[in-house]
Design a protein. Sequence first.
Lengths: 128, 531
Amino acid sequence: MIELIVADRCTDCGACIEVCPANVLDAGQGGLPVLARAEDCQTCFMCELYCRADAIYVAPDCDRRVAVSEAEVLASGRLGQYRKHSGWNEWAEHYPNEQWLMETVFRRAGEAAAQTRAVRPEGLGGKE
Amino acid sequence: MISSSLEELSLTTDVLIVGGGMAGAWAATSAAEAGAKVVLVDKGYCGTSGVTAAAGPGHWWVPPDPPAAREAAVTNRVASGLGLGEADWMYRILDQTWRTLPTLAGYYKFGADDEGRVNYRAVRGPEYMRALRQQVLSHGVTILDHSPVLELLARSDGSIGGARGQRRQDGGRAYQVEAGAVVLAAGGTSFLSHLLGSRTNTGDGYLMAAEAGAEMSGMEFTAAYTIAPAHSTMTRTMAYSFATYYDAAGHELDLPFGPDQTLRLARALQRGPVYCSLHRLPDDIKARLHTISPNVPLVFDRWGTDPYRDRFEVVLHNDGTIRGIGGVRVHDVDGTTSVPGLFVAGDNASREKVAGAISGGGNVNSAWALSSGVFAGRAAARLARGATRRGGRLRPLGREPRKGAKTVDLAALRDGVRSQMHPFDKNLFRTGDRLAASADVLEGLWTEMADHADKGTIASRETAALLATARWSVATAGARKESRGLHRREDFPSQDAGFATRLLSGGLDQVWVTADTTSVTAKAGRLEAAS
């Protein structure tokens, strides 16, 4: 769930408020977005992708809130990691979209599984 | 147009699209290309809403040449669909997907493989949905984001003439759209599991279609589940094709990659926690996982877990009708429903005729979302153009509480839906007795909902939709006294030729189930009529 918006980085562009499909954020009094309905967060990481300031940290935990230290997150290099690896915006030329490899992986897995079956025709003891 | 935040926003258009995920965005584009004025409304944000945006759809993709390749693909799918699929519908979506997907190249940078060949079929969700939004906007479509629909509006003859809802980032201001035709592309539902991107997919489109008089089909096929690291939403399966599983004592489990893997995993999870290692993933894929599916390694990295060395706990999240099958019954591949003026597309529609009785996985489901969107948008535009505006009053179809509004614990009702639709012993390994018990529980929850819940809030409408969908699913699963594809009955473990038919369901206060009497094979003429 979304746990942190780093105030020093946030430019108050409002993108996270607009793109959040679950309407978790509101515009705050001081300009910064506030986590008005964090419990509605669906842990989809979309706000991170659309945050050009890399100010947002979403913890992978979808069913529990976790304590997040701003200092630790800043030091971890994880802010902006998803946007970077996705090749968004200024990262477009640095990180290629290799989604096309997906089918290759499934095919190789199928071949590997078939080979295992061929080597051990009775399986590993088979039935549950 | 917007004069006061208190005044209702009122729009008039040819075609209204409800839902801005993959199917809705393609429908909006195709309706606009057909010359219609189009309004698209989304509960969240067209571009991030829905299950496509956070995932990576691989479309069912078979080029037309050589023709034998498509024949083989369709023949295989008809066989694996176990009697409920229809070859002509499969050909239609294969062809439409192949024609349409590359047209997005102006907005989406399709990947090229290591030999430089462009790959169209596998796209990355966030970029794909961002591209679809740009395409929709460039076609002059009006998008209302954060504008959940509360109910459909009917004309005096029962045909659908629009919808009304709330603008939730504009103080909850009411809005109404009057339209010549409406396309429901509001998604399916995972019954609020943690399936990635599915939180707002609560089956609203099913409820609204039922209120308009439409039937459902294939609602028994909700027993699909997808693996994820425990406590995460990351239901992306590619890396698990090389997974190794262990029980709590550290013994390796026999869960080979293949069609029975999910069932075996569910059985293992019934016995206790299951742990996983991805050490067998080939090194070249490990090195590129962050540029194939960037959100997959992100989860492990943030937890400080090395998935190639450490063992991490895994769970299964229910897919409901999202990777399952059911939805509003469609009479034609263009999303025509039993209700004049109402079309459905994507997960909002039943996919039985293209997927059969098994999950459409990513590929058939994506091809269906795209194609049914394109077809429905076009058909809705045609209907809206031909319709003469009658002007008359529009009647809201949402239902008032039967015994008067009072405070209802909606969260408890939603938990009740989860408690019947997620456990393996209730929804995956089914028996007549347990289904009957679930039906009783859901009936009680529905009574509370229908008697007292105010129809004026989105939370209330979502809860009603979840309950209605769960009741149809459980009732249909109870009626199908056999096992077929995704539907497994422990008390009827075999397939029964007498059930080689689709089951329709519907009803709000009184749920009903009946066999679809339009035979699976009686489709002569439909193909030509549709082309």
